[in-house]
Design a protein around this ligand. Structure first.
Ligand SMILES: [Zn+2]
Length: 117
């Protein structure tokens, strides 16, 4: 049992579906910016450096979006197999407030902090 009410569970399922759409949109949107810079493009040396920096930022953003999307997909799978809302590390219910803020969270805050430490 994940300790969530039916209404909370429904809300989180909705949040996850919404997040997935949003992340897909972001990934589509940033595809352009992450394309390799064509070297024969008639831009000056400084603007080329700008362009490369922007591309690096765009790629880092895309990596973050992709990583988050993976978590969202895993959370949706967990909904399907009934393990959603339980910490993957300690198996305890993840508090509603944490899930509402971060619906794709695979761990409780305690385990997350241990992991980050
Ligand atoms: Zn935990």
């Amino acid at each position: 049992m994940n300790g969530l009410s039916d209404a909370q569970f429904e809300e989180l399922k909705h949040d996850l579906a919404h997040l997935l759409v949003e992340l897909d949109g972001l990934l589509d949107l940033t595809e352009e910016g992450a394309r390799p810079i064509e070297l024969d493009q008639p831009i000056g040396r400084l603007s080329r450096m700008d362009a490369m920096q922007q591309r690096e930022m765009a790629m880092a953003n895309r990596d973050a979006h992709r990583a988050r999307k993976r978590l969202v997909e895993e959370a949706i799978e967990a909904v399907d197999d009934g393990s959603y809302g339980l910490c993957v590390t300690c198996d305890r219910p993840i508090p509603w407030a944490r899930l509402k803020a971060l619906p794709e969270a695979p761990t409780c805050l305690t385990c997350q902090e241990k992991r980050d430490a």
